[in-house]
Write a protein that binds this ligand. Structure first.
Ligand code: TGC
Ligand code: FAD
Length: 386
């Protein structure tokens, strides 16, 4: 069951969803929590975790069984993300990218042959994927991207660069978004062909257990068959982002839950002025606010998941969930950090790691401002980006 469950979310889950959540929780408790602080401190991706996540079928959660996926529902997928991010946002990021931003576009936009070729290896974790949309000068405004593709004989030739790409340094399959004849299209680059260079991103003080890189493409030649023909225009990339943003809406509730649990335990045992700090009204107010935020976040994520399962989701509904839940999780993490006092700045506790990670989540997959503007447009009918 969910570690915090004020509104009996559990009563609204199917047996399959409960089984998935419990399996993910066991994996996180056994394989991630004992080692994640070291991984974060050393700035190293937990390589061994890929196989373990894949073995549970999590990397193919919403992918059809005929391609090796688990074919489970959106809420089960969300609960899995909740648990992985209760472990670490960087691990959830790895899984989000692999599932929603690499396997998912192939599923949505690839030919049958492409699906059979790439999906099984992504689902079983034998191949790792990355998603290259952001460029050094085009983050919130990817429509302006400069990366291009042109045809030369039987090949596409790619030129340009991508920045801040999760999994890039360890990727076997890179989904690269580039303009072909002026329209944004999607291309699969396998391995590291000539002219394809990845530089790992250093100096990160957030998402240290996740690996990030810049990609440089200089006359990179890929077979003509490596274009995902169904992907046309920025809207295709945004369709994949809808799914990943939904996963984030659940994931950050997991991170907030981890911070809340740690702060509550600390408040009950830390004695100051002769009493547990949890006996002071100011501390209780913070814990009450944190539990309320987490409960609101769970309800939003659950209802969004149910809407997704009915195929009835509007992008602004996804934006509301991503924006609200990330804000909530950051606020919970900061309050937990406060309650832990000086200990709150040590990675011997989980909270500071989550707090630092959540700064990235606030920015990626659409910044807080961008999701505010998406909601503003839905409310007023007036776009205010440009
Ligand atoms: P705009 O003209 O509004 O839209 C272009 C076309 O897309 C359609 N559309 C959508 N379709 C599906 N889902 C959505 N959410 C959609 N939003 C828009 C739209 O209808 C239009 O279709 P059509 O047929 O008319 O062409 O585009 P715009 O250039 O004005 O930009 C809109 C804006 C700012 C909202 C968009 O660019 C945006 O969302 N920017 C944020 C960029 C972003 O999120 N980047 C994420 C990169 S990946 C990442 O961060 C991974 S982190 C790792 C991890 O997940 O763990
Ligand atoms: P900018 O777009 O330059 O924004 C800077 C500031 O300006 C923000 O506050 C923003 O909200 C504000 N701003 C911009 N435009 C407006 C506006 N119109 N109105 C109001 N405010 C505005 N990208 C990928 O493609 N693939 C990945 O796998 C990936 N992984 C990432 C992993 C990490 C750890 C991080 C930190 C980023 C990752 N990104 C990835 C990139 C991420 O999606 C971008 O950082 C994000 O879209 C914002 O772009 P930017 O950093 O260029 O910021």
């Amino acid at each position: 069951m969910l570690p915090i469950d004020f509104y009996r979310i559990e009563d609204f889950l199917t047996d399959e969803e409960k089984v998935v959540q419990e399996a993910a929780a066991r994996l996180v408790d056994k394989e991630i929590l004992p080692v994640i602080a070291d991984s974060f401190e050393e700035g190293k991706f937990l390589h061994g975790i890929v196989e373990k996540i894949a073995d549970q079928g999590f990397l193919g959660a919403c992918i059809d069984e005929k391609y090796g996926g688990a074919g489970i529902g959106e809420v089960a997928y969300g609960l899995m993300m909740h648990e992985l991010e209760r472990g670490d946002s960087g691990i959830r990021s790895f899984a989000s990218v692999q599932h929603s931003l690499v396997a998912y576009p192939i599923l949505l936009f690839g030919s049958e042959e492409q699906k059979k070729r790439w999906l099984p290896a992504l689902v079983n974790g034998k191949k790792i994927g990355c998603f290259g949309l952001t460029e050094p000068d085009f983050g919130s405004d990817p429509a302006g991207m400069l990366t291009t593709a042109r045809i030369d004989g039987d090949e596409f030739v790619l030129n340009g660069s991508k920045a801040w790409i999760t999994n890039a340094p360890i990727a076997d399959i890179s989904v690269i978004w580039a303009k072909f004849d002026g329209t944004i299209r999607s291309f699969i680059v396998e391995g590291k062909p000539k002219g394809f260079e990845v530089i790992p991103t250093k100096h990160k003080f957030s998402m240290r257990a996740s690996t990030t890189g810049s990609i440089f493409l200089h006359d990179v030649r890929i077979p003509k068959d490596n274009m995902l023909h169904g992907a046309k225009g920025l809207g295709s990339a945004l369709k994949c982002l809808n799914h990943a943003r939904y996963g984030i809406a659940w994931g950050v509730v997991g991170a907030a839950t981890a911070c809340f649990q740690e702060a509550r335990e600390y408040a009950k045992t830390r004695i100051m002025f002769g009493k547990p700090i949890g006996s002071f009204q100011l501390v209780q107010e913070k814990l009450a606010d944190m539990a309320t935020g987490i409960t609101a976040g769970q309800l939003i994520a659950l209802q969004l998941g149910r809407l997704m399962e009915r195929g009835k989701v509007m992008p602004e509904q996804v934006s509301l969930a991503k924006r609200h839940n990330v804000r909530m999780a950051l606020s919970v993490a900061r309050q937990a950090r406060d309650l832990l006092g000086a200990s709150g700045i040590s990675v011997e506790y989980h909270t500071i790691r989550h707090m630092l990670n959540l700064e990235s989540v606030f920015t990626y997959e659409g910044t807080d401002h961008i999701h505010t503007l998406i909601l503003g447009q839905a409310i007023t009918g007036i776009p205010a980006y440009r």
